[in-house]
Design a protein around this ligand. Structure first.
Ligand code: FES
Length: 102
């Protein structure tokens, strides 16, 4: 989830800690460009990690529209995919960043 524009691990937050904060979840990102990019780049396999990755990637493209490859790789270190889709996830991010530049 994203709390006040910062991606957070939702399992570490108590509901009471969210009072008065702006909260975004995967359900709130319907039709976000990063979701479409994940689909187009096949940036998932089993899908277990996908909601967390999409939320984190959404925060990245919103906060850092000029993110470099190294910054993207560093940003993605907070999430784990057991199906090894990292290259496709990176390509999805890069496609959204390129789209934002145009
Ligand atoms: S797509 Fe299976 S764990 Fe990431």
């Amino acid at each position: 989830m994203i709390v006040d524009q910062i991606p957070q691990k939702s399992c570490l937050w108590l509901a009471v800690e969210c009072e008065g904060r702006q909260i975004s979840t995967i359900e709130g990102l319907q039709n976000a460009s990063i979701q479409q990019a994940f689909s187009e780049k096949w940036a998932f396999q089993c899908g277990y990690c996908t909601p967390g990755f999409i939320m984190n990637c959404h925060a990245l493209v919103e906060a850092y529209p000029e993110a470099t490859d190294v910054e993207i790789e560093n940003w993605l270190q907070s999430n784990i995919c057991r199906c090894t889709s990292y290259q496709e996830i990176k390509e999805a991010i890069q496609s959204v960043l390129a789209e934002k530049k145009n």
